[in-house]
Design a protein around this ligand. Structure first.
Ligand code: FAD
Length: 428
C-alpha cells in the first residue's frame, strides 16, 4: 500500500534509497577521522569528544559535585540519583522473605517498573542480564531539560542513555556509570483535526493526528485518542510500552494488518540530536533523519521529545477470541496444528484479525486473537468451521478453555472503567 512505503526525499529533492543512507551514515562516522566533518548532515556530525573513551565515576574527568549542581540548576532541580529500589536488595540476602515476595509482586506490574528509573522490564528475571542503573537521571519535563542533559554528557564525555516506557528486553535503555534522560514525566498529548508537518505546507495534505510527548505510554495515547476522542491511532498491543521506543523500532500492533506499523503512521518528530540542537524531522524537513527514526532503533539518532502520529476513523467493533484445545497425543497435536495453519491462511490472514496463538509443550493450542470491523455474529461465523472440526474428534481433543468469541464497541476497548462494568472476568 502506497501510504506505508514512503521513501523520503533528500533536501536536494532526489529520492534517497536505503543503501545511500547507510553509506552516508557510515561515512558520517568516519568523517571526523578524515577531517571532513562538514560533509555530513549537521545532525549526524559526531562530536569530537566521541573519539575518547567515556568517563566513569572515579575517573579524572568525572564531573565535580559543583558541576552536577550546575546541571541540577539548569534542569529546574530535576536531576535525581538513581538507585535500584532497596527492597530488591533484600532479595539478595533473604530470597524467601515476605519483603522479597512483596517486591516480586510489584515487579510483575509493568507500570510500577516503568515508574522506577533504576528498574527494567527484566529486573528480577531468573538468569536475565543484571541491570545496573545510571548514576544520575534527568527526569526531563521538556525539550530544554533534554538539551541540558545532552550538552552536559557531551561536554564531560559521559555515556548518555534514554529511557521511556522501559520495555527494552535487551537493556538498551539502561547503562551503568551513565547519565540517564528519563522521559516518564513528559506525557502531554494534543489532538489535531488537520496536521501539516513543519515545512510541508502546500506539499502535504492535512491529516487528523495526535502529538504525544516522549514519555507517554500507549495507554495514555489510546485513552486520549480512542476513549476520549473516538478515533484510532496505531500502536502496540501492550499498553505499558512507551510510544517513542515502539515507534522507533517499527512497532507492530494488534490491528497492524489493517493499519500498518506504528512507524508508518509517524508524521513528524521533534528530536534533540547529539549536538544539542532541537530538530524537526518529517517528510519535508530533515527527511533523512525522519526516515532513520522510523525503525532505526531507539537511542540511535537522538532523543525524541515529541511524536505526531496519524489518527484514523475508529471501526464500530473490536473483538476477541480465546480458547485452549488440548490434544491427547503427539499425532493428534500435529494434526491440530496442521488444521489450524490451513484455517488461519483461509480465514484469519486478512485485515480483520491480529494477535497470537501459542503452542504449549503439553500439546495445547492456546488461541488469543483480536478482531476489528466484525460484530459478534460475524466473528463466530468465521471460527465455526474450525471448532466444528475439533468437535468431530472428541477422543483426540478436549476444550480446556471453552471458546469465547465476541465483539463490543471499539471506543470502549481501552476504557478500563467500562470494561470493569461490562466484561465478565475483566478484573480477575
Ligand atoms: C511486554 C512487552 C510487550 C511488547 N509489545 C509489543 C508490541 O505489541 N508491538 C511491538 O512492536 N513491540 C512490542 N514490544 C517491544 C517494544 O516495542 C520495544 O521494546 C520498545 O523499544 C520499547 O519502548 P519503551 O519506550 O517502552 O522502552 P525503553 O526501554 O524505554 O526504550 C527502548 C529503546 O528506545 C530508546 N528510547 C526510548 N525513548 C526514547 C526517546 N524518547 N528518544 C530516543 N530513544 C528512546 C531507549 O534508549 C531504548 O534503546 C513489547 C515489549 C514488551 C516488554
Amino acid at each position: 500500500m502506497a501510504e506505508w512505503t514512503h521513501r523520503p526525499h533528500t533536501p536536494s529533492g532526489g529520492l534517497m534509497d536505503r543503501r545511500r543512507f547507510l553509506q552516508g551514515a557510515a561515512a558520517a562516522s568516519l568523517l571526523p577521522l578524515l577531517g571532513s566533518r562538514l560533509l555530513a548532515p549537521a545532525w549526524a556530525r559526531a562530536p569530537l569528544g566521541a573519539l575518547r573513551s567515556r568517563v566513569r565515576p572515579g575517573d579524572r574527568g568525572w564531573p565535580t559535585p559543583a558541576q552536577w549542581e550546575e546541571l541540577r540548576q539548569a534542569v529546574g532541580g530535576r536531576l535525581i540519583e538513581v538507585h535500584v529500589p532497596s527492597a530488591l536488595q533484600t532479595c539478595l540476602k533473604a530470597p524467601g522473605s515476605a519483603a522479597c515476595q512483596a517486591v516480586f509482586a510489584e515487579l510483575r506490574n509493568p507500570f510500577y517498573v516503568g515508574d522506577q528509573p533504576g528498574l527494567t522490564q527484566s529486573s528480577g528475571w531468573y538468569r536475565a542480564w543484571t541491570s545496573r542503573p545510571s548514576v544520575y537521571a534527568v527526569a526531563a519535563s521538556n525539550a530544554a531539560d533534554v538539551v541540558a542533559a545532552v550538552d552536559f554528557a557531551r561536554r564531560h564525555n559521559l555515556r548518555l542513555v534514554v529511557k521511556g516506557g522501559g520495555h527494552s528486553y535487551q537493556g538498551t535503555s539502561d547503562a551503568p556509570d551513565s547519565l540517564l534522560v528519563w522521559t516518564r514525566r513528559m506525557n502531554a498529548i494534543a489532538l489535531h483535526d488537520a496536521f501539516v508537518g513543519q515545512g510541508c505546507e502546500g506539499q502535504q495534505a492535512p491529516h487528523p493526528a495526535v502529538s504525544v510527548a516522549a514519555g507517554a505510554m500507549w495507554a495514555d495515547a489510546y485513552h486520549a485518542v480512542t476513549t476520549q476522542a473516538g478515533r484510532y491511532v496505531q500502536g502496540g498491543g501492550c499498553t505499558s510500552v512507551g510510544v517513542a521506543g515502539l515507534v522507533q523500532s517499527g512497532g507492530f500492533g494488534s490491528f497492524s494488518k489493517n493499519y500498518g506499523t506504528a512507524a508508518a503512521g509517524l508524521l513528524e518528530a521533534e528530536i534533540v540530536t547529539a549536538d544539542g540542537a532541537v530538530r524537526i524531522a518529517n517528510a519535508c524537513t530533515n527527511p533523512d533523519l525522519f526516515w532513520g527514526i522510523k525503525g532505526g532503533g531507539g537511542g540511535s539518532l537522538g532523543v525524541v521529545t515529541r511524536l505526531t502520529l496519524r489518527t484514523r476513523e475508529l471501526p464500530e467493533q473490536f473483538g476477541g477470541t480465546s480458547a485452549k484445545i488440548r490434544a491427547t497425543s503427539a499425532t493428534a497435536f500435529r494434526a491440530l496444528i496442521d488444521r489450524f495453519v490451513d484455517f488461519y491462511a483461509e480465514h484469519l490472514l486478512n485485515p480483520h484479525w491480529g494477535e497470537q496463538i501459542k503452542l504449549d509443550p503439553d500439546h495445547t493450542l492456546h488461541i488469543s486473537m483480536v478482531s476489528q470491523g466484525l460484530d459478534s455474529t460475524q466473528a463466530q461465523a468465521v471460527w465455526q468451521p474450525f471448532f466444528d472440526w475439533v468437535a468431530q474428534s472428541p477422543h483426540d481433543y478436549a476444550l480446556v478453555e471453552t471458546p469465547s468469541i465476541g465483539s463490543g464497541p471499539a471506543r470502549r476497548w481501552w476504557d478500563v472503567a467500562w470494561r470493569e462494568q461490562h466484561v465478565a472476568g475483566f478484573d480477575d
